[in-house]
Design a protein around this ligand. Sequence first.
Ligand code: HEM
Length: 263
Amino acid sequence: MSTSSRLSPLTRSRVWRSIFRHGWPDNPLDRSLVTTSNIFLHLHPVKVSRKSIRWSYSFGLGIIAAISFGILLVTGVLLMFYYVPSVELAHLTMKEIQFAVPLGQFTRNMHRWSAHLMVLVVVLHMARVFYTGGYKPPREFNWVIGVTLLLLTLGGSFTGYLLPWDQLSFWAITVGTNIAGYAPLIGPQINQLLLGGVEVGQPTLLRFYTLHIAVLPVITVLVISVHVWRVRKDGGLAVNDAAAAGEVGSSTVSKIDEVNEDG
Ligand code: HEM
């Protein structure tokens, strides 16, 4: 008696049918439906080669970047309950978070270390994609989206740096905005736009805060969604291409079949 017939009372039940829109995945059609009807599995193409899902191929760096971004969102929202973006209160509320708020120090450190981790991991992810030729057609557009994500990640770090409002952040942003001011043609305008005046002050803090907690995270969520969707639409990771184009011998193709057989 096959597994599917043994489980058919379950897979035909009303509860099962209300959750899953497919039978037991022991045939190609139901295996495909498992992927396409599940939002999380749907992130992958229906067929992938074994090599592309090996840990040592991508080191999961894109996923680690996405997870660290998720941690930043959660801890960032928690910090927002206490932090006040005013020059009189910013530093005080940071110290309050550190020393008076339950788990405040932990939340702040999680936010800080996740930010460092995200920058590091995004750079490593970019290097991995370059090394495995993931930027080549048809993925040029996703590479450009990736570069946008790199800039958004660095933008998040830069704007967050001012928020503690201590000497380090004040002078770091003074130097950073001065550097931006030296950009050709539009340098002074960028400098003015970031500072909201002639030097780092209350308008700067408010601008950086708004960029940090609203503008950049919202854009980043949207761009990450497009990025991950594109990975799927481009047929998974670059390693699949040769098999898809039928350019290689049976070994790669049979690996794809193996995955199918394993479900
Ligand atoms: C917030 C930052 C980023 C996130 C969350 C992210 C997420 C991901 C994920 C989940 C994947 C699937 C495979 C994997 O885990 O490696 C992926 C693939 C890819 N990423 Fe990123 N990524 C980011 C930044 C970048 C950057 C900076 C670049 C390049 C400039 C880039 C270019 C690509 C390309 C071209 C692929 C397809 C790779 C292939 O076919 O081998 N991504 N990304």
